[in-house]
Design a protein around this ligand. Structure first.
Ligand SMILES: Cc1cc2nc3c(=O)[nH]c(=O)nc-3n(C[C@H](O)[C@H](O)[C@H](O)COP(=O)(O)OP(=O)(O)OC[C@H]3O[C@@H](n4cnc5c(N)ncnc54)[C@H](O)[C@@H]3O)c2cc1C
Length: 353
């Protein structure tokens, strides 16, 4: 069997890459089990990437965000009116995104072998009893990538000693603004959905807070910081996961290219992991279809990843942004200024795309 472009890993990024290749007339082969996803998971998507979805014929329902409040010692508001985009970002439910992407993959009639490959040898993949000899292999098989482990590519990892707690909460007061609190014990994001009484929570907290949540209750611990939502009625689909950032040293080896979590994972506080993967997917499609040297992919994307990792690491490791009164006084004076907001929004563009 020959399949010029074979994607290993049929998660969100693998299927998106498959659609993008198909849209450019290069139908790939997908290999891997159907994706599983957490029901509480939402993703903040940059406006340019919503536009990219539309170009792929994906009309994804989303909650468009016009205001974002960053809570340190004060409430600092970022306003869409200073952005060059119509909205600051869009909140998309992970399951909805997977559903739309799967429908589009079906429309493109992309071949999919729903099993794990058995071997990878000299650029050839064994699936069942057959060997496939693709021109390009795209590894989208997650942070512990089996495909990547068949290459000499090294990965730099950073263990944060932090956990991401995610959940969907229903509450009594309407909530429409994206809200992020920089608490001494971690970053708490309250992201609105299309139902104003249903909010997605992503709380990246330290080990101490994680233990408190486990031994007390998530509701009790959360209630201290969610007055603006009124009373919490119900918490659904609460999950937690350790936070680990990783970045591959090079992005391609021979005919194998890394993409999505197989290439990098990043602290969730800025909501940019998938956004970076979308831009990577565009660059990789261009590299493959124009037969550019594989190292072009690394050269074009690495600086962007390093910037995003550096910035998120700085924020994640800064403790007590909430309590530093001097810094907060400066922020309170500077942040409402139009030029300051424009600079922040330009920086958000710079690290997301
Ligand atoms: C708490 C949290 C919040 C986040 N919020 C945001 C956000 O707001 N905005 C944003 O842009 N990003 C965000 N992200 C990042 C985003 O979730 C990831 O970038 C994205 O899910 C990566 O998808 P993926 O397909 O690369 O990896 P995965 O979802 O891990 O998929 C990997 C796939 O590979 C398959 N697989 C594994 N091994 C094999 C094998 N041997 N053979 C074949 N297949 C295999 C698996 O079955 C799976 O389907 C967040 C992440 C977290 C943890």
């Amino acid at each position: 069997m020959t399949h010029p472009n074979t994607i290993i890993g049929a998660g969100l990024v693998g299927q998106l890459m498959a659609i993008n290749l198909a849209q450019h007339g290069a139908k790939p082969l997908l290999i891997g089990p159907p994706p599983k996803f957490l029901k509480s998971m939402v993703l903040a998507i940059h406006p340019s990437h919503m536009h990219f979805f539309q170009q792929l014929g994906l009309d994804i329902p989303s909650k468009a965000i016009k205001k974002m409040v960053l809570q340190t010692h004060h409430n600092l508001q970022i306003d869409q009116k200073y952005s060059k985009h119509a909205h600051l970002c869009h909140i998309v439910h992970y399951g909805t995104l997977v559903h739309h992407i799967e429908n589009k993959r079906r429309l493109h009639q992309i071949a999919w072998l729903k099993e794990q490959p058995k071997a990878l040898n000299q650029g050839r993949i064994k699936i069942g009893d057959a060997w496939i000899e693709p021109e390009n292999i795209i590894a989208c098989d997650g942070s512990h990538s089996w495909t990547r482990s068949h290459t000499p590519i090294l990965v730099q990892r950073e263990q944060y000693d932090q956990y991401a707690h995610i959940a969907m909460i229903s509450h009594t007061a309407a909530h429409e603004i994206a809200y992020q609190a920089f608490l001494p014990q971690g970053t708490l994001a309250l992201l609105p959905t299309n139902n104003p009484y249903l909010t997605a929570v992503i709380w990246s907290c330290d080990t101490q807070q994680h233990v408190k949540i486990k031994t007390d209750s998530f509701k009790n611990q959360l209630s201290a910081y969610t007055h603006k939502l009124g009373k919490i009625i119900k918490i659904e689909h609460h999950h937690n996961m350790p936070i680990v950032a990783s970045l591959a040293e090079t992005y391609a080896h021979q005919n194998i290219f890394l993409l999505g979590n197989a290439l990098h994972t990043i602290h969730p506080l800025a909501g940019i992991g998938f956004n970076l993967a979308i831009s990577d997917c565009q660059t990789l499609t261009d590299t493959i279809l124009n037969r550019l040297p594989p190292e072009t992919y690394t050269k074009k994307r690495k600086a962007q990843h390093l910037k995003a990792h550096y910035l998120t690491r700085c924020i994640a490791k800064t403790r007590g942004l909430h309590q530093d009164k001097g810094l907060n006084k400066i922020l309170k004076g500077l942040l409402p200024l139009q030029t300051c907001q424009q600079i922040i929004l330009e920086q958000i563009d710079a690290i997301c795309l």
